[in-house]
Write a protein that binds this ligand. Structure first.
Ligand code: AMP
Length: 441
């Protein structure tokens, strides 16, 4: 199947070709003709499947006839995070380059002024996160009566983040007669009930079962103790040919700690978490996408939906407590047919979460063993002064602290006092030095 066979205009087909796409992905093949017919869609698709283009490409053609009035957008796309919203806006920019559609991006953390100006000019496509959109609505800056197409992207994440009441309020302000496209990575009961309230006679499209993990991602598991996790991470980064990698932590606090620790050890890492002001988030992403930094340490929320081409690795510094997050995380690599590697660092306390992940993905994850003694030694004697300077430089550049207060890294007291050591003059217990032993978790 070719893009030209889907019913899209030559302009849009040309823009897809210019983006380097030769054939449509399965979600595009199935969704684009349905969207062009004006039907509602209930799409079950993971990120990385090409779902953004499956709604943006046909929307560009539908919206190309007609004109927007001031403050009355003709279509609305709701996204759970600022980054995802920004990426959707980029897609419209890219795929709509041969058309003259206007768009506005309404996300929190940036000033209202420019957003107001865009709205006043009239927008064909409004891309927004729910909170900021409601702010504009409450200020009387937007009327939603003219919205002909509504897209709800990553509905499962909206649900997880507690945005559904906001989404319901927004949808109640839209015309009843409209086209609605609803996308979610999972379709459990809660999501289906939600979708029922928004959609009329939708065409259901599922491109990958919610429990599937990308075939193109090799997955590995490392069992260790909590205090050795940073040394394990550094060892992995050193051993793997990391082009660029995302490192996930479960808690914002740990995002800061891991980032600071990596920088202190001389790694080119940047950080992304929900508490950062929007300009710093944008700057981080720009640097990472430009290849200025190889490692991005992030929380699930901040990294949700990030589209970073050719990410070679994902490291789970923590085992995610929601099994679905595992799929979302590792889905950041191995995208659009490329190969990728995902490593999950776990401790004994994670066994029930690992069990949930295995049952969701319906496969085992290969357990590998790692000799981390070099990094344990460096953890104690490492290049602390140079690292501290790099942290300071980054803080100055972004105008904000990169994480928790600075503290010296040291071998934690949890090392048994009389554990047998290597005799190398450090505190490395001898059991760490056993040779690699492959196995299956
Ligand atoms: P998405 O699932 O929308 O986040 O898209 C994932 C990635 O796939 C993005 O980098 C897109 O640029 C890319 N992509 C989308 N459609 C295609 C296609 N038909 N062929 C190749 N890559 C694509």
């Amino acid at each position: 199947m070719q893009f030209s066979e889907l019913g899209l205009s030559d302009e849009v087909v040309g823009a897809a070709a210019d983006s380097g796409y030769t054939t449509p992905t399965p979600i595009q093949e199935q969704a684009i003709p349905i969207v062009l017919q004006g039907r509602d869609v209930l799409g079950c698709a993971q990120t990385g499947t090409g779902k953004t283009a499956s709604f943006t490409l046909p929307m560009i053609d539908i919206l190309s006839s007609g004109q927007a009035k001031a403050r009355m957008p003709r279509s609305l796309i709701l996204c759970p995070t600022r980054e995802l919203a920004a990426q959707v806006a980029d897609s419209f920019e890219r795929y709509g380059k041969n058309c003259s559609l206007t768009k506005a991006l309404l996300i929190g953390g940036v000033a209202f002024g420019e957003q107001n100006l865009q709205l006043d000019r009239g927008v064909d496509v409004l891309i927004a996160t729910p909170g900021r959109l409601l702010d504009h609505i409450e200020r009387g800056r937007i009327l939603l009566n003219d919205v002909k197409i509504l897209v709800i992207d990553e509905a499962d994440r909206m649900l997880d983040m507690g945005f559904i009441p906001d989404v319901e309020r927004i949808v109640s302000l839209l015309p009843r007669i409209r086209q609605t496209l609803f996308f979610s990575a999972t379709l459990d009961r809660g999501i289906r009930e939600l979708a029922d309230g928004f959609l009329i006679n939708p065409k259901s499209i599922t491109v990958a079962p919610p429990s599937s993990t990308a075939e193109t991602v090799e997955q590995f598991l490392l069992l260790t103790e909590a205090w050795k996790k940073r040394a394990v991470l550094r060892t992995l980064i050193d051993r793997e040919e990391v082009g660029n990698a995302l490192i996930f932590c479960n808690r914002k606090r740990d995002v800061g700690i891991v980032h600071r620790s990596l920088v202190r050890h001389g790694y080119d890492a940047v950080v992304l978490h929900g508490d950062m002001p929007q300009p710093a988030r944008t700057e981080t992403l720009t640097r990472f996408k430009a290849g200025d930094a190889r490692l991005l340490v992030a929380s699930d929320v901040a990294a949700r939906g990030l589209d970073i081409a050719e990410l070679s690795h994902v490291f789970n510094f923590d085992v995610p407590t929601h099994a679905e997050d595992y799929i979302h995380r590792i889905g950041r690599t191995g995208r659009a047919g490329r190969s990728g590697r995902a490593f999950t660092i776990s401790t004994d306390e994670d066994s029930r979460y690992l069990q949930a992940i295995r049952s969701l993905i319906k496969r085992s994850i290969e357990t590998i063993d790692l000799d981390i003694k070099d990094q344990l030694v460096r953890g104690r004697t490492g290049n602390a002064r140079k690292g501290a300077r790099m942290v300071q430089e980054q803080e100055q550049a972004t105008g904000m602290p990169t994480g928790t207060p600075r503290r010296r890294e040291r071998v934690p007291p949890s090392v048994p006092k009389n554990a047998p050591t290597t005799g190398l003059g450090d505190h490395t217990p001898a059991f760490l030095l056993r040779p690699a032993r492959p196995g299956v978790a």
